[in-house]
Design a protein around this ligand. Structure first.
Ligand code: 5GP
Ligand code: MG
Ligand code: MG
Length: 184
C-alpha cells in the first residue's frame, strides 16, 4: 500500500538496522561509565530512530522529549524555529545526546544546542540518522551520523510528508505524482 507511493528506496530496513546497531555500539563505548546521560528524542521524526538506537545502547541513560517546528518565511530561506514542547526535566549539569532524524539547514539543531547550552548542560552531542551536508546554512554539526544523503526530499523511518509515511521501515523518495495530487 504505502510502498506504491515510493519511487526509490534509498536505505533499506536492513541497512538502517545494521547502521543503528553500529552507532549504538559506538555510543555504548563513548558513554561507558557515565550515569549522567540524557537522550533527547526530537519529536516526531527522530522517534523511530531513537527507540531503535536505545536498544543498542548498553549504558545508564535517561530519556526526554522535545518538539520543535521550523517555519520557512515565504520563498526566502529565512527560517525561524519554535519550541512546541519542552523537556520534562532540568538538564543543568547533564550530558545530553540529541537524537535527530535529519539535519538539513542545521537551524533546528543550532536552536536546540543553543537552548540546552543556555540551560547549563555539561556536554551536548548530536546523533542524527541522516545528514544532508549540502543543505547546511548555519553552523551545526552532528557528532554521530547514520548516513550522509543528497539534497532530496526523503520519507520513511520517521520522516514524513504531510504527516504520512513515518511508519515506513525504510527511507525512500516519493513518486512525483504524490506531490501533484497533494490537494486532490
Ligand atoms: P533543518 O532545521 O536542519 O533545516 O531541518 C531539520 C528538519 O527539517 C528535520 O528535522 C525534518 O523535520 C525536516 N527535513 C529536512 N529534510 C527533510 C527531508 O528530506 N524529508 C523530510 N520528511 N523532512 C526533512
Ligand atoms: Mg527532526
Ligand atoms: Mg517534518
Amino acid at each position: 500500500m504505502l510502498d506504491n507511493d515510493i519511487e526509490r528506496v534509498i536505505y533499506s530496513r536492513d541497512q538502517i538496522q545494521q547502521r543503528v546497531k553500529e552507532l549504538g555500539k559506538q555510543l555504548t563505548h563513548d558513554y561507558a561509565g557515565n550515569k549522567n546521560l540524557v537522550v533527547v528524542d526530537v519529536l516526531t521524526g527522530a522517534s523511530l530512530f531513537t527507540i531503535d538506537l536505545l536498544e543498542h545502547m548498553d549504558v545508564y541513560c535517561r530519556m526526554d522529549f522535545v518538539d520543535v517546528s521550523s517555519y520557512k518565511g515565504g520563498t526566502s530561506s529565512t527560517g525561524t524555529v519554535t519550541l512546541l514542547h519542552d523537556l520534562k526535566n532540568d538538564i543543568k549539569g547533564k550530558d545530553v545526546l540529541i537524537c535527530e532524524d535529519i539535519v538539513d539547514t542545521g537551524r533546528t539543531l543550532k536552536f536546540l544546542m543553543d537552548l540546552l547550552d543556555g540551560r547549563g548542560a555539561n556536554s551536548i552531542k548530536v546523533c542524527t540518522m541522516l545528514d544532508k551536508p549540502s543543505g547546511r546554512l548555519v553552523d551545526a554539526k552532528a557528532d554521530y551520523v547514520g548516513f550522509n544523503v543528497p539534497n532530496e526530499f526523503l520519507v520513511g523511518y520517521g520522516l514524513d510528508y504531510d504527516g504520512y509515511y513515518r511508519n515506513l521501515p525504510y527511507v525512500g523518495v516519493l513518486k512525483p505524482e504524490v506531490y501533484e495530487h497533494h490537494n486532490d
